[in-house]
Design a protein around this ligand. Structure first.
Ligand SMILES: C[S@@+](CC[C@H](N)C(=O)[O-])C[C@H]1O[C@@H](n2cnc3c(N)ncnc32)[C@H](O)[C@@H]1O
Length: 297
């Protein structure tokens, strides 16, 4: 008997090859996340962020949750809060925030319908469906009345939004006066003066931006990020780089725990191994990682 390849598996493999290796491929952000599906690197949850590494974390799961905690602390999240969470992935952070900080309500908006479906099932199974409401929708067109939430959060996703500035305007509109916007975001570093370094920076940014559907309009460094928040109308703005607590420690962790990569789709393992053979400084040369906090006057 001849064993035929499973056509859906073969299609998915080809999809990965196109996404990873076709330099002319143009992917919408939802196509990327549909392709990645639940093939995530975390062992227990389905977090999709790079983690916040203080030196205490023993697993990627802990570091991912640590980043969610960092945002919650910056947002001063607490009982009674009405939270808007954008780009929630599979809702791990919403479940964690609800169980740890007890806000009154979390509304999640996510552009990727396949993730919303999985996330809803997870939230329902845990009995949180009444207080964690998950909808398909965009951060650039928020279906909420003006001044209706205390906090807006965007955990490692605002770089995708078309555009980030439209999102800033929407966040300002839906926040109550005194409410906070907190983002963990990936942006380019300012250009280095050294030419070789600058070339490395641009190559690394271009690679990430092209594979992860980052619009060209969102490619500006930290100073411009703060200026755009101010131009939108926010005050008490802080934009701090946390890149030292993200890229290099994640890189070291993956080197020390190669089994983590075995959880990813087989087509991604070769490029992941090549990246781990290089230094973090080269792989992430052009990338900053920032934590931004801004208050609505
Ligand atoms: C890197 S994942 C982060 C997921 C999650 N916050 C986490 O930390 O695990 C980026 C998320 O942004 C979502 N996204 C991209 N563009 C969006 C948009 N315009 N509005 C809402 N969500 C969006 C994607 O569907 C995906 O869930």
């Amino acid at each position: 008997m001849r064993i035929l390849p499973d056509p859906s598996k073969a299609r998915r493999f080809l999809g990965y090859l196109d996404w990873l290796y076709n330099p002319f491929g143009r992917w919408e952000v939802t196509q990327v996340y549909d392709l990645l599906s639940t093939d995530v690197a975390t062992a227990h949850g389905l977090y999709l962020n790079l983690g916040y590494w203080t030196g205490e974390e023993k697993t990627l799961d802990e570091a991912c949750r640590g980043l969610a905690d960092l945002l919650a602390r910056q947002a001063e999240m607490g009982p009674g809060d009405r939270i808007l969470d954008l780009g929630f992935g599979f809702a791990d952070q919403d479940i964690h925030w609800m169980e740890t900080y007890r806000p009154a309500h979390i509304l999640g908006l996510n552009l990727t319908a396949s993730q919303v479906a999985v996330a809803r099932q997870r939230v329902e199974a845990l009995g949180h469906a009444e207080r964690i409401e998950l909808r398909e929708g965009s951060a650039t067109d928020i279906p909420l009345a003006s001044g209706s939430v205390d906090t807006v959060l965007a955990l490692e996703c605002a770089f995708h939004f078309r555009t980030r500035e439209r999102f800033f305007a929407e966040a300002l509109r839906v926040l109550r006066p005194g409410g906070r916007l907190v983002t963990a975001d990936i942006i380019p570093l300012p250009d280095a003066s050294d030419r070789l370094r600058r070339l490395k920076q641009r190559a690394s940014w271009r690679l990430v931006a092209s594979r992860f559907a980052i619009p060209a309009e969102n490619a500006y460094p930290a100073e411009a990020y703060a200026e755009r928040l101010a131009a939108t109308g926010f005050e008490s703005i802080r934009v701090d780089s946390i890149r030292e607590q993200v890229y290099a420690p994640l890189h070291e962790y993956l080197k020390r725990h190669p089994s983590t990569l075995a959880r990813l789709h087989p087509a991604t393992r070769l490029p992941a191994r090549i990246a781990l053979g290089m230094s973090a400084e080269t792989v992430y040369a052009g990338l900053d990682y920032i934590l931004a906090v801004a208050v609505k006057p």
